[in-house]
Design a protein around this ligand. Structure first.
Ligand SMILES: NC(=O)c1ccc[n+]([C@@H]2O[C@H](COP(=O)([O-])OP(=O)(O)OC[C@H]3O[C@@H](n4cnc5c(N)ncnc54)[C@H](O)[C@@H]3O)[C@@H](O)[C@H]2O)c1
Length: 386
């Protein structure tokens, strides 16, 4: 019999939409014991009109303008934190103390210090918890992980991650306010490191194992911007761009690059791993493809036939590819929103099975630790051990 899980959503912006869509769609594609019900959503009093429109469009039963009140409600089973980063800590701690199931957007916290307290709170409460690193659940990225686990890359040498955008090049873009709170350090914590590289770090450690140490450089190209709330010019203190070198525990070495000043790039998140027996490459601007270079047989280590050596561009839409049997027929693609549906399905299944979803808060704390080390390294100009 289907059991319901009543959802309380804290925030009604971009991620409020992707998560609401996932709750609405997940039972249409995946057979699950649990079915989310869109019970209540929260927005600030000053955003009341936006909140009401959001409620109507997504079909929430009720609204709240006080998130503490929403968390305290007895008819809410799951709290989903899709608010700006500075609110994650307080919202998660309150939800854990109220015994709710918790979903939280990345980056999980403003700092490692906050993340540690959040992990302690969810573990003390013993509640199911997850951090939304949805890019693990792009079928081609899951396939990337699979080919690594099958030994098809062999001994890894190089990991290369890029996450570039271009929407802050204009001096006129303000800091603060809807979506642009990302440029305000008090609200976001860090810049591209927490916002974009957190995804790259989570995927890198999932695919290639723990990072041992990092050395970083960050840049602020535009030193002050008007603040959307005060109208005054205020200094920019988040990292506009970040580049770091990483040494992995398995001996491979990595480069990570992220900026919001890469003219032409919109959401270009790519990763490549080069090993002794092969290589793999993925790029989020062509999410249906995994590129794979086969050099040697994973079992024997023998080089494959010379005339077959070369990059294969695999269209990841077959039933045997991760998640794809749940959607359409081979050759038809799925999109960005399905990464959230896939994550939600795996989370609900983990609740059904009594297992830990990955990444849970404890795993995501690793990413926070690497992000903090990157920022510290850029400030101090030296290698930092994780
Ligand atoms: N997993 C992903 O790929 C992904 C993508 C984008 C954002 N995120 C994360 O999701 C979270 C939300 O980001 P978003 O893009 O949805 O932001 P957004 O600006 O689109 O929406 C934020 C919501 O919080 C509300 N809000 C804004 N400032 C507030 C404040 N001071 N107090 C209370 N509420 C406030 C807004 O009204 C809005 O409802 C962030 O942590 C972000 O890093 C994750």
């Amino acid at each position: 019999m289907t059991k319901t899980i009543n959802v309380g959503l804290l925030g009604c912006g971009f991620m409020g939409r992707t998560h609401s869509n996932a709750y609405s769609q997940v039972n249409h594609f995946f057979e699950l014991e649990y079915k989310p019900v869109l019970k209540a959503c929260y927005g600030r009093e000053q955003d009341l009109e936006v909140l009401k429109k959001f409620q109507k469009m997504w079909g929430y039963e009720s609204i709240e303008t006080d998130w503490k009140k929403l968390i305290a409600r007895n008819d809410i089973d799951l709290i989903d934190v899709v608010a700006p980063n500075f609110l994650h800590h307080d919202m998660v701690i309150a939800a854990a103390e109220a015994g709710k199931i918790i979903v939280c957007e990345k980056p999980m916290a403003m700092s490692l210090n906050e993340a540690e307290k959040m992990v302690a709170a969810v573990e003390k409460a013993g509640v199911a918890n997850m951090v939304m690193f949805n890019y693990r659940r792009v079928p081609a990225v899951s396939l990337f992980k699979q080919v690594v686990e099958e030994g098809r890359i062999g001994k890894p040498f190089h990991y290369r991650a890029v996450y570039n955008q271009d929407y802050t090049i204009s001096q006129k873009v303000p800091q603060g306010g809807s979506a642009l709170w990302r440029l305000d350090a008090k609200i976001a914590g860090s810049g591209v490191t927490g916002d974009l590289l957190a995804h790259s770090i989570d995927t890198a450690e999932w695919i290639n194992g723990p990072i041992k140490k990092v050395v970083a450089y960050t840049e602020i190209f535009i030193k002050e911007r008007p603040h959307a709330e005060t109208g005054k010019m205020e200094p920019i203190t988040i990292d506009d761009a970040c580049m770091f070198l990483a040494i992995f525990e398995n001996g491979s070495i990595g480069t990570f690059e992220s900026t919001r000043y890469a003219r032409g790039r919109k959401n270009y998140s790519s990763m490549e791993l080069n090993g002794e027996r092969g290589a793999a490459y993925f790029n989020l601007e062509e999410p249906e493809y995994l590129q794979f270079f086969r050099y040697a047989d994973p079992d024997t280590g023998n080089k494959i036939e010379d005339h077959l050596t070369g990059w294969q561009k695999i269209l990841v839409t077959n039933g045997e590819h991760p998640y794809m049997s749940k959607y359409w027929v081979p050759g038809t693609t799925i999109g960005y929103e399905h990464t959230f549906i896939n994550a939600m399905s795996d989370f609900l299944k983990s609740i059904e099975d009594g297992t830990q979803f990955q990444p849970n808060f404890r795993t995501a704390m690793r990413t926070q630790k690497v992000c903090d080390a990157v920022i510290q390294s850029a400030k101090e100009g030296r290698w930092i051990e994780i």
